[in-house]
Design a protein around this ligand. Structure first.
Ligand SMILES: NC(=O)c1ccc[n+]([C@@H]2O[C@H](COP(=O)([O-])OP(=O)(O)OC[C@H]3O[C@@H](n4cnc5c(N)ncnc54)[C@H](OP(=O)(O)O)[C@@H]3O)[C@@H](O)[C@H]2O)c1
Length: 328
């Protein structure tokens, strides 16, 4: 299958290129960057030097002739590409926020009008597999909502309140430098940000409610001095106390057939570079603490996007994604 990556010079685009090198059925034939058109991909992503001879290009959207396109562009940009690609028979996985939420919620949360909204499956395969299988277009979830939703899902219906406390690596902000990501602000430091107002909260609330839960959902993110990874501590306040054995039974049962969710003590390094989400849970009766670890660029972005592509195309979900994490 021929693959296009729109926004291939960014972090998510770079990880799509890296991961797809190991996919037995996919070859990236188009890697776009408006600023770097004509530049070898390996100049920006030196990790693929010797493995990829791709050169960035900037074609008109209706000239992109591939089987699958990944939109690894900022929100509001994806909505300008999706329809044209779909009209030309290209399947699309959108890594941006443009199609993850109902139109009115998107416009309220992102503060911009949506110029081309339509309903699209939300691609956490462990929760929405049937909707994603065979789909022509999938909205790839946000990185925080992926780790948070996977942590809370098995117990969500038994909760009255869920508080997500997440620590994220700096690559979550993309490759555009800012004061927030400037090294002296990040190195040897931990910063809370958007304490109560992070945009990903809307996705978390949507997904927890979609699981049939009436729990109130809260979220506070923190920036920590690592490149990759999101560790989420979910404080799940239960309607009724639940014993440790029952908590573990529910989590095991929920993820019984899930290759990419592993039940073990979550540490970032064990999932770094991989598509795995590691989860562990501990009950103190009326509060259950569930912790999850993902790579924000793996299960939180490009890995999950490839998992979704596999589902769209009828492939084994694991194809191209069986690499282990990079520990140490
Ligand atoms: N970083 C993460 O951990 C992560 C996790 C989950 C989801 N995401 C989402 O994935 C998307 C990409 O994130 P990123 O971190 O890779 O961002 P990034 O590092 O800033 O890269 C953005 C890419 O999009 C291109 N681009 C920017 N504006 C464009 C436009 N209007 N039309 C076409 N191309 C455009 C850029 O290249 P040119 O400007 O040269 O064209 C670049 O290749 C975002 O929507 C982000 O929210 C990121």
């Amino acid at each position: 299958m021929e693959i296009a990556i729109i926004g291939a010079s960014g972090y998510a685009g770079g990880d799509l290129i890296r991961l797809l090198l190991a996919h037995p059925r996919a070859e990236v034939t188009c890697a776009t960057s408006r600023k770097l058109s004509g530049t070898p991909v390996a100049k920006v992503h030196p990790q693929v030097r010797g493995l990829s001879s791709l050169v960035f290009s900037s074609p008109a959207t209706d000239e992109i002739d591939v089987d699958v396109a990944f939109l690894a562009v900022p929100h509001t940009a994806a909505m300008t590409y999706a329809r044209t690609l779909l009209d030309h028979g290209v399947r699309v996985v959108d890594l941006s926020a443009d199609y993850r939420l109902p139109r009115s919620v998107f416009e309220a949360v992102y503060g911009v009008p949506h110029t081309d909204w339509f309903e699209v499956p939300y691609g956490i395969p462990e929760i929405h597999r049937d909707a994603c299988r065979g789909a022509k277009f999938i909205a790839n979830p946000g990185c925080f909502p992926t780790g948070a939703t996977l942590a809370a899902a098995p117990l969500a219906r038994s909760a009255h309140t869920i508080i997500f406390d997440s620590k994220t690596g700096v690559s979550g902000a993309g490759d555009n430098p800012s004061a927030t990501t400037h090294y002296p602000n990040v190195g040897d430091n931990v910063n809370p940000y958007k304490w109560t107002t992070h945009r990903h909260l809307a996705e978390m609330r949507q997904e927890i409610a979609g699981l049939g839960s009436d729990a109130r959902v809260y979220f506070t993110p923190h920036l920590v001095p690592v490149n990759r990874g999101i560790l989420t501590t979910a404080h799940i306040l239960m309607k009724e106390p639940m014993a440790q054995e029952e908590v573990i039974r529910r989590v095991q049962e929920f993820y019984r057939d899930e290759f990419f969710v592993r039940l073990q003590t979550p540490i970032l390094a064990a999932v770094r570079g991989s598509n795995f989400c590691d989860i562990a849970a501990e009950s103190e009766g009326d509060r259950v603490v569930v912790v999850s670890a993902i790579d924000n660029l793996g299960k939180g972005a490009s890995g999950q996007a490839i998992q979704n592509m596999n589902l769209m195309c009828g492939f084994d979900e694991r194809e191209g994604l069986t690499g282990a994490g990079l520990l140490p």
